[in-house]
Design a protein around this ligand. Sequence first.
Ligand code: NAP
Length: 308
Amino acid sequence: MTNKKKLFKQITIIGLGLIGSSLALSMKKSKISSKTVGYSRSSKTRNTSKRLNLVDKVSNKLEESVRGSDLIIICTPLSSYSNIIKKIIPHISKGTIISDVGSAKEKTINEIIPLLSNDDIFIPAHPIAGTEKSGPSAGFAELFDDRWCIITPLKNNKKSHINKVKNLWKSLGSDVEVMSPQRHDRVMAITSHLPHLIAYNIVSTAADLENVTKSDIIKYSASGFRDFTRIASSDPTMWRDIFLNNKEAVLEMISRFTEDLTALQKSIRWEDGKSLHKLFSKTRKVRDKIISAGQDTVDADFGRSKKR
Ligand code: NAP
């Protein structure tokens, strides 16, 4: 591929976990930049990165890792953003785009804006792609293929900069959608964050049951419960940060969910089979609609976009 086709001169990936390492591999495959640099705080991750040849250069110094890059993508838990932004801002060149992959938007954006000057460019993004695994060995180049990436621009973002980030994700195989941070957070609250919360809760409830031994749970767990355990094995730090950063929308969805659950509880108590059947038929239609629209909503935060 010629240099003409390269979207960026040098890209820095901050955090080489599941998403960061997948980005590194996907970027290498699509050859969208001349050089990729990675930052990782731990020597274990840096060594794995070297072994897997994830990036051209890996550093343990934030300021060194961003020097000379025209795109920086933050791929660390949401609670680490402010510290990272404060440290990198003095070392970036004019015109450098800072982006991210964070799973919750509005609160994070509101925390970051005061740390930026008028010249700094921050374009938030969130690939709706992932697995329950974490760390640099979990990444794979195809993670973003046929998945959505949602961009939630700031009011002062220039169209040309948004387009650059759009083109980045398209080059990595994703479909791109632009929406407000508020809408993103509400959509994610119901399609991803609440399902994760339910998975964490159901597995925790099962583990706490006194009259069912843990081996019973392991022995008899049907596929539905096994899926919940898989989702509930997702990274605790990442998910703690998501719930703390999308508090309002998640609380709203929990309220609605609780009301609906109470109605179901009532139907079971009063042996109202008609209501139960009606609701289960309605939900089956939702599934049918998703399938016929060509969407396959596999799991929670790990959603899939169009199947081509
Ligand atoms: P991950 O596999 O656990 O990796 C996170 C990386 O961040 C680790 O490699 C860790 O570095 C680094 N890190 C953690 N705390 C840090 C700190 N305080 N300062 C600097 N570096 C720190 O997580 P991930 O799944 O890639 O998630 C990263 C981001 O992607 C999150 O913001 C998440 O919301 C978003 N996201 C995740 C998914 C998903 O399904 N997993 C999907 C879409 C978006 P060391 O290895 O050096 O300790």
